[in-house]
Design a protein around this ligand. Structure first.
Ligand code: NAD
Length: 493
């Protein structure tokens, strides 16, 4: 596969350490969304392709899982060095295929490296193995110990918005703990992760430890159904997460599914104006709002509305929408035309339901030569009420719906009545309100004066209600998710 290019042709799968053609003759198109131009053809891998990838992972598992953990760790160290050498190629591919800016692409690779840093501590996690000697009454010759073993082949099914980082939330932990993986990336923008596979080869990973099949929902389903796939790590939208979680669990597989969000931000009148506005605006609009951690709803309390509304609008007006690879661009296009249409429809339905437009992104014009791209300017909606669709469904676009609440209690009630539970944020200069919010907001990640409540990789990434399906998380719970326990009891007379 080529380095950064204007066209990548037909994408290949990565199976058994080689790039190989998919057997399927069905293809989808992957775009540079800033140009509205096709840059790759994505094969919809068939059951046969999935079988090949899983067999390769299973075959590699037997040898890989028997390597000492410290040996497995060395590959990860090499991988980190290679990623650092290839940062520019990776960043430009991400930016080109997803539509995020180069700055945002760099952020993604930075967090990919953090995922590796966090997995480098795995031998310490392993120290939770326990042995108790002389445990049975009147039989002092009996000892019992609990060990952990890798499980087998894991499927990793990922969304479009972080094509490298999200698979890398799981791959380092899964494989260093002795498992092997098959990745099924989003069909929208699989160029960067398909390219990334070669870095595993360069780092010396044995063939078959990491595999990738391109494809769509049907390819995911073949993987989930496969008898030799032991577990599934999924990140994507809530309806798909629900389906995959029940499908995997009903087949006796372990699954964790990180899903959609509607993250409320409460703006108190005592918030510090200058940094708060800057922070809120970048939270809503960076990556054109296509982050599961992006704020989805601004709830102003009391006089915060009058105090901050104009400052917010003035700041949002300054955002420069444009081609993602240009330095001066503030936000790029949406990743797909379908995504853009969905956002526009949601804005229009909100207007029909009585919302008022303060800033209309549909009128935003980019330079003529980019006019075929999937751009949408920042949109600010006022007079939103809690029952409107735009107030409780995920938009995944550059939209800020504003709800006015009279009191902190009312704002908290609105925030907590969303059906999701990824994050919640409060802007205030009062420790009392911050503490009250942190204690009573029903979400996995709580932030004070930070629009994007993103935990560092060393922490878990918890989500509640319709934002997370499962019990264990792929980061802090990696040991429990990616290994199985075994109790060994022995008697030596
Ligand atoms: P999506 O659910 O459409 O697709 C995610 C993956 O699932 C893709 O690989 C896709 O091919 C596959 N898929 C789609 N339909 C399927 C089906 N019916 N059966 C099996 N597989 C299927 O999500 P997306 O549009 O790519 O990503 C955006 C969503 O992801 C948003 O809802 C966002 O909030 C969420 N997300 C969540 C997190 C998190 O950590 N909670 C992180 C990033 C993105």
């Amino acid at each position: 596969m080529k380095y950064f290019s204007e066209n990548y042709g037909v994408l290949l799968n990565y199976i058994g350490g080689n790039y190989i053609e998919a057997s399927s003759s069905r293809y989808l198109q992957s775009f540079d969304p800033g140009l509205g131009k096709v840059i790759a053809e994505v094969p919809i891998s068939s059951k046969e392709d999935v079988d090949k990838a899983v067999s390769s992972a299973l075959e590699a598992f037997n040898k890989w899982s028997n390597l000492p953990i410290l040996d497995r760790l060395q590959y990860l160290v090499k991988l980190k060095i290679i990623i650092e050498e290839r940062i520019d190629d990776l960043v430009f591919m991400i930016s080109q295929n997803v539509g995020k800016t180069v700055r945002e692409g760099r952020g993604e690779i930075q967090r990919t490296i953090e995922a590796i840093d966090s997995a480098l501590g795995i031998p310490h996690l392993f120290m939770t193995v326990r042995k108790i000697m002389n445990i049975v009454k009147a039989e002092p010759e009996i000892d019992m110990e609990m060990v952990r073993e890798p499980i087998g082949v894991f499927a990793i099914i990922s969304p479009f918005n972080f094509p490298i980082m999200i698979p890398m939330w799981f791959i380092p932990m899964a494989v260093t703990l002795g498992n092997t993986v098959v990745v099924k990336p989003s069909e929208l923008d699989p160029v960067p992760i398909t390219f990334f596979m070669r870095l595993f080869k360069e780092a010396g990973y044995p063939d078959g430890v990491v595999n990738l099949v391109n494809g769509d929902a049907s390819t995911s389903q073949y993987l989930i159904d496969h008898k030799d796939v032991a577990g599934v790590a999924f990140v994507g939208s809530t309806p798909v997460a629900e389906k995959i979680y029940s499908s995997a669990c009903s087949r006796g597989k372990r699954a964790l599914c990180q899903a959609g969000a509607k993250n409320p931000v409460i703006l108190m009148p005592d918030a510090v104006p200058e940094p708060s506005i800057e922070n809120i605006v970048s939270g809503f609009f960076d990556m054109a709002g296509q982050r599961c951690l992006a704020p989805g709803l601004l709830i102003t309390v009391g006089e915060a509305y009058e105090k901050f509304k104009h400052l917010i609008i003035e700041r949002v007006k300054k955002i420069k929408v444009g081609y993602q690879l240009l330095n001066e661009t503030g936000i790029g296009p949406l990743a797909s035309l379908r995504g853009r249409e969905k956002v526009v429809k949601m804005i229009n339905r909100a207007l029909e339901e009585g919302a008022e437009i303060l800033l209309d992104g549909q009128g935003y014009r980019v330079e003529e030569k980019y006019s075929r791209g999937f751009y949408l300017g920042p949109t600010v909606l006022d007079n939103v009420t809690p029952d409107m669709e735009i107030a409780h469904e995920e938009v995944f676009g550059p939209v800020m719906p504003i709800i006015r609440a009279s009191t902190f209690e009312e704002a908290l009630e609105i925030a907590n009545s969303r059906q999701y539970g990824n994050t919640g944020t409060i802007y205030t200069s009062s420790g009392k309100w911050a503490r009250e919010f942190a204690r009573r907001m029903n979400a996995g990640n709580i932030a004070v004066n930070m629009a994007v409540a993103q935990p560092n990789q060393f922490f878990p990434f918890p989500g509640r209600r319709k934002s997370f399906y499962g019990v264990l998380h792929g980061q802090i719970d990696a040991l429990d998710f990616f290994t199985d326990r075994k109790v060994i009891m022995q008697r030596w007379w």
